[in-house]
Design a protein around this ligand. Sequence first.
Ligand code: ATP
Ligand code: FE2
Length: 324
Amino acid sequence: MIVLGLEGTAWNLSAALVDERDVIAEDHSTYVPAKGGIHPREAAQHHAEHMAKVVRSVLSKAREMDRMPEAIAFSQGPGLGPCLRTVATAARALALRFDLPLVGVNHCIAHIEVGKWRTGSRDPAVLYVSGGNSQVLALRRGRYRIFGETLDISVGNALDKFARSVGLSHPGGPKIEELALCAKQYIPLPYTVKGMDFSFSGLSTAATEAARRHELADVCYSLQETAFAMLVEVTERAMAHAEKEEALLVGGVGANRRLGEMLNLMCWERGARFFLPDKGFMGDNGSMIAYTGLIMLKSGVVTPIEQSKVIPLYRPDDVEVTWA
Ligand code: ATP
Ligand code: FE2
């Protein structure tokens, strides 16, 4: 089966074509604000302007290879309302135009499924960390249950906010990672794990304060060490609780080598396996939506047009996993 997937929950608009084995084509376009953070309506405008171009690009590649889509998948949520609506409208138009089945995909679950697909992980505890989300999940009784999550902002947002406050450009994560490599000492910062949940807002503010008195590299390093230790602690407890022998890291912050290293060490110490997808599948991408749409469709899930309304606060545990 060949599925065309559309992703555009926030910054990145991406279209991709996949089959069961691999990605056939992918193209994307990223919204860059004139200044500051994301402006939902401007981002949606960007997606509307570039939609035809990215879709045409993957379809022309498909035509060259004589492999046309048999279904349309789109990210139905969670995400920014205006962005989601733009993508859903394009997906409906394509489904109607080519008379193809439509399937609405949960964006968080797509991160997990593409991670499993690309790494061969079968039944992991998942750490999903991005600019919009920070969650620890695992499959249990037919759903991806959330074992722990942030009580305020996501870890990616905490990194980006701190970065902006010290004059680094967006996205801050990669710049913090780079600077942290030059650190000479650890500066204590607030470590906040409550039960199975974590909080990053106070940590980000404390790091901004610390940067007034300390070397920036030392603060970047300390911010990473503290935030990632919190994430690793909760992931480890979820593995023990849910009896999972594997851990999988997904989402844009997963590109951070230090976080991968810390999770790998934790897994090694408990005799578990750690899985890390290639960088191209970590951040938001159309392939993850296309692939998840494909496995959903094969299990019999279709989204009729009248049920294709976007769901800005769509939670992964709202979805019954019919394809496992
Ligand atoms: P979602 O919709 O799933 O919340 P998103 O729109 O935030 O995703 P992603 O590409 O998944 O997009 O994640 C972007 C985040 O990843 C940003 O906060 C960015 O700073 C962070 N990031 C990217 N690379 C790194 C890195 N090397 N180290 C730390 N953080 C990183
Ligand atoms: Fe994402």
